[in-house]
Ligand binder design. Structure first.
Ligand SMILES: NC(=O)C1=CN([C@@H]2O[C@H](COP(=O)(O)OP(=O)(O)OC[C@H]3O[C@@H](n4cnc5c(N)ncnc54)[C@H](OP(=O)(O)O)[C@@H]3O)[C@@H](O)[C@H]2O)[C@@H](O)CC1
Ligand SMILES: [K+]
Length: 504
């Protein structure tokens, strides 16, 4: 799904009004109806609802929602500054609201006299996409007051004070929502760690903007949705054999960190690699042969990797638990300099590279690197925030001709062409040592199975997150282990297969 800037969303709205021959007022009504349905499906009509309306179309949504909720049987109070000039649609909905006897419309100041109960809901319809500067003065103080409200807080489209497209100043005053009902699509600020927490749980309200617009206006920023995954996923055909699914080599492990090699190897096996090898030091021989009997062992040294010899046709993933000793560093750099095929690089492979940026030039084109925040900083330097980090990653991915997987709550995949894909699967239960090793194994296996580097990266990151979600469902976020995630890969493939067969 595309991510559009506020500017582009306005264009999309205009396009829809023209193409579908509907009015802005009708679209607003649709938006309000979606929100009314969402609220009435979850809350009882005995819940008091206070709606706070600014002066733009976000306020218009609020006025229309007040009317619909009142007609559904809720007790609704509206707070606004009626001395302000409303937009045309907001004014029309304000007037309609006034005509309904059940709705009390009061000035903002009247809210202070209200006894707040935990069972009531406040709805923020102060500012949406049209926010064009920091919120200050009286409105800022009022939003602070709303944030202290003990009941449920719902934002329409965006929490007031949050810009759709980018970062905020540190002291910005922003409505702290429990839920955000956002129209049509996620906005960029809903995907970054500094700003997304203001939204609480996000629910997309489908207001049916005309999708032809997206075909005519491809975006550099996207979220990974089920449709994209289903298009990438290649179900297995009959008459295939193990050679069809490629040969993966995981270069991993050192004394004390053989577990990393085990996880990467198991993940590659479970992600469908045809033939799987693990190149590890001899001290891990028995452990690996016992825990991963389907994989073949290649010795890379005694207690650490000192030598990496792999046949050209193999797909190689390097990094988990290898350490950064000078012997391993030399072996890795020697191998890198002769590599032609795309590699998957993580963990200590990235830490070795970070020691000397001159070595970046040896990373084969279309390789995939999977840094977490600290590893990214070591490689490419510090940035002020995650928005800047994405921009820097876009620059580096283009310069180096590689795919960068920026691990985060919503992991980003950055292609050499500057496109960003935000992944929405996954959960905090995956913030545990070993998760990254599993990801490297999955990516290596998909690349070996002839998924293009871009598809392997998108699919692999999604798969990793989805298996993590399945594992959390079974074992809880606290107790789930990377091994549980790996074991759930099978259930994710089963679900994909089922969907594929239903579609054909
Ligand atoms: N896209 C769609 O398809 C659909 C969109 N819809 C809805 O429309 C919403 C966008 O509406 P919108 O453009 O009228 O902007 P909105 O945020 O209501 O108000 C902005 C006003 O606030 C002001 N202002 C700005 N910053 C300020 C500040 N810091 N402090 C103080 N004032 C400030 C600014 O005025 P200014 O003071 O700059 O003259 C402006 O008048 C969108 O979020 C969604 O809810 C739906 O109806 C259905 C379909
Ligand atoms: K809002």
């Amino acid at each position: 799904m595309n991510i559009f800037s506020a500017q582009k969303i306005y264009e999309w709205e205009k396009f829809t009004l023209q193409q579908d021959k509907i009015s802005a007022l009708q679209l607003m009504e649709k938006a309000a109806k979606c929100c009314c349905t969402w609220i009435s499906d979850r809350f009882q009509t005995s819940t008091e609802i206070y709606i706070f309306c600014g002066s733009g179309n976000n306020a218009g949504d609020g006025f229309a929602l007040a009317r619909l909720l009142c007609q559904t049987g809720f007790n609704v109070k509206v707070f606004t500054d009626s001395s302000k000039k409303f937009t045309e649609e907001a004014e029309l909905n304000f007037q309609r609201c006034k005509e309904i006897s059940g709705i009390e419309i009061q000035d903002f100041s009247a809210f202070k006299q209200l006894k707040n109960s935990e069972n009531s809901i406040i709805i923020d319809a102060l500012f949406g996409l049209g926010l064009n500067r920091k919120i200050e003065g009286e409105i800022a103080a009022f939003i602070d007051l709303l944030n202290d409200f003990p009941g449920t807080k719902i934002a329409l489209d965006l929490p007031s004070g949050l810009f759709a497209d980018g970062n905020q100043e540190e002291d910005a005053v922003i409505f702290q929502a429990d839920y955000t009902l956002t129209f049509q699509l996620l906005k960029k600020s809903m995907l970054h760690s500094e700003t997304a927490p203001f939204c609480g749980e996000i629910h997309i309200m489908d207001i049916e903007l005309n999708r032809e617009f997206c075909q005519e206006n491809p975006s550099d920023e996207n979220t990974i949705d089920d449709r994209l995954i289903q298009n990438i996923y290649k179900p297995r055909k009959n008459f295939s054999h193990k050679g069809t699914f490629g040969k993966s080599v995981l270069v991993a492990g050192s004394f004390g960190k053989i577990g990393a090699a085990v996880l990467a190897t198991k993940a590659a096996l479970k992600a469908g690699s045809g033939l799987t090898f693990v190149l590890a030091p001899k001290c891990g021989y028995e452990i690996l042969q016992t825990t991963c009997p389907e994989a073949m062992f290649i010795s890379g040294g005694e207690n650490e990797i000192e030598n990496i010899k792999v046949e050209d046709e193999y797909t190689v993933g390097i990094g988990p638990g290898i350490g950064t000793s000078s012997a391993t560093e030399q072996a890795f750099l020697k191998f890198l300099k002769t590599s032609k095929k795309p590699l998957v690089l993580d963990a200590d492979a990235l830490n070795i590279l970070a020691k000397n940026p001159e070595n970046f030039q040896f990373i084969p084109k279309d390789s995939i690197i999977t840094p977490h925040r600290k590893e990214f900083e070591r490689l490419f330097g510090k940035t002020q925030n995650s928005f800047e980090r994405t921009v820097l990653a876009q620059k580096k991915a283009a310069e180096m001709g590689i795919f960068i997987v920026l691990k985060d709550h919503h992991t980003q995949i950055i292609t050499p062409f500057g496109t960003v894909f935000y992944n929405l699967t996954g959960n905090p239960g995956m913030a545990k040592g070993g998760s990254g090793d599993a990801l490297l194994g999955i990516l290596t296996a998909l690349l070996a199975q002839n998924y293009s580097p871009q598809n392997a990266t998108i699919f692999g990151v999604w798969l990793h997150g989805k298996a993590g979600d399945f594992a959390a469902e079974k074992f809880s976020q606290e107790a789930m282990l990377p091994s549980d995630l790996i074991n759930e890969l099978g259930n994710v493939f089963k679900a994909l297969n089922k969907k594929s067969s239903q579609e054909t």
